[in-house]
Design a protein around this ligand. Structure first.
Ligand code: SF4
Length: 441
């Protein structure tokens, strides 16, 4: 296929036919126009939902533009996170340095918004001119008596995945600094960003099982909770691509075990509840988890059956940030009669791609770190009816003339948990069956 560059062949396999292991976890091919975002973007995505912190982007205004209140991460209290602050570096700052501007911006913003902490993100140009943001942060921290944490994230230094790591390193600075008393049966929820309030759905399930939520990192996040995250007995990690580093560090430093879960689809949501109950070795908790699953299943299935009948035979293309989420999506789509014909991710791992290969029907195209030319070609070849992705995949779908479902951080619809599964089915149905697509062909 013309759309595939020769050097990209190793990152594309077909389920059933290919015996080769997909190549992944490597830098994007120069000139391939990867769908991946930059290091700064990766760090910003992870830290963004900490609602009582100041997020100051040290760089030109363009870096900050995308992060201004575009994301669906909700807060039950303060909302400083919804604003995007930038030092707005210009040519003069590039020549003479931006440190004074950064210090002045921090002092002014802390006085005005009274945040509990500040994160200072470095961007490409700061990496080039070499501003010492570390020393400015230290100085302002001493003056204002709140944590002021540098996030080392010049965009060009790697990929979005390196940005996840930079965010985890910034969180690590906070973790362990609180001294709240520990509680029994307490967990931290890592890697849920409370998009459209879906974290609150999950918290409700866990609370019904008798579990105490110690900290949510970073959905509906608070600085104090992150500081006390070391008091939990278990880290429950969704979005493992972004949060696994922090979970591993916390295991090493504080001896807190972690488990990987997914909250998308009935099967994975139920497994998450069972696995947490099993971890605490509590029969009572397991019984409550079973009750929740039974109740939600009985409520949901009659609705899902209707969507399954209507959607039977439809085909979907999936391109998301991490491959772990893609696994849940394949299962959730199958539950409503939709076959996955293309599946890929920006930062997937070899193990997860192998699971995907086993899970998918023969011929399904599996792709790592793809680009618009490839994705368009794959979608056309497989005659997919719907595309599930994020903000950068939406135009690909619409240009080809097929339905799109946003499963990324910009969405305003909760797709996690049992309620989320129903919302997902409704959205897939509404977009795949819309009569508008017959006018675009
Ligand atoms: S690549 Fe560099 S300039 Fe572009 S958004 Fe990322 S940090 Fe900013």
């Amino acid at each position: 296929m013309n759309a595939i560059l020769k050097d990209r062949n190793s990152q594309i396999v077909r389920a059933g036919a290919d015996t080769k292991t997909i190549a992944c976890n490597k830098p994007s091919l120069a000139g391939a126009v990867s769908q991946r975002a930059c290091v700064f973007c990766g760090s910003r995505v992870v830290l963004y939902p900490i609602a009582d912190a100041l997020h100051l982007i040290h760089g030109p205004i363009g870096c900050a533009a995308y992060t201004w209140d575009i994301r669906g991460a909700m807060s039950s209290g303060p909302e400083i996170h919804r604003m995007s602050f930038s030092t707005d570096l210009h040519e003069k700052d590039v020549v003479f340095g931006g440190e004074k501007k950064l210090e002045a911006a921090l002092l002014e913003l802390i006085d005005k918004y009274q945040p509990k902490a500040a994160f200072v993100y470095s961007t490409c140009i700061v990496g080039v001119i070499g501003d010492d943001i570390e020393s400015i942060c230290k100085k302002v921290q001493a003056l204002k008596q709140i944590p002021v944490i540098p996030v080392h994230a010049p965009g060009f230094q790697g990929t979005k995945k390196d940005g996840y790591r930079a965010a985890c390193e910034a969180l690590e600075v906070l973790v362990g600094t609180g001294n709240r008393p520990a509680q029994e049966f307490s967990i931290n929820i890592l890697g849920d960003f409370n998009l459209a309030g879906e974290l609150w759905i999950l918290i409700d399930y866990y609370k019904r099982m008798g579990i105490h939520i110690n900290a949510t990192i970073t959905g509906d996040g608070r600085v104090e909770d992150v500081a006390n995250a070391h008091k939990a007995q278990l880290n429950v990690v969704q979005c493992s691509g972004s949060m696994m580093y922090l979970a591993k560090q916390m295991k090493e430093k504080y001896g807190i075990p972690f488990m990987k879960v997914s909250y998308f689809g009935i099967e994975d949501m139920s497994d998450a509840l069972y696995e947490v109950a099993t971890f605490f070795k509590s029969d009572d908790m397991l019984t409550k988890a079973k009750e929740i699953v039974r109740f939600e299943f009985a409520r949901l299935m009659p609705e899902l059956v209707k969507y399954k009948q209507a959607l039977q035979g439809k085909k979907a293309a999936i391109y998301v940030g991490g491959s772990f989420k893609a696994i849940s999506l394949i299962k959730a789509l199958r539950l409503i009669g939709v076959q996955t014909v293309v599946v890929g991710s920006q930062t997937g791992t070899a193990d997860e791609y192998e699971i995907i290969k086993q899970l998918c029907d023969e011929g399904t195209i599996i792709v790592d770190d793809s680009n618009p030319a490839e994705l368009s070609a794959f979608v056309k070849e497989t005659k997919a009816d719907i595309f599930i992705g994020g903000v950068k995949e939406r135009p690909i779908a619409y240009k080809i003339g097929l339905g799109f479902c946003d499963h990324n951080h910009e969405r305003k619809e909760a797709l996690a948990g049992y309620e989320g599964m129903l919302n997902f089915a409704k959205e897939i149905y509404a977009t795949a069956m819309s009569p508008v697509w017959k006018f675009t062909k």
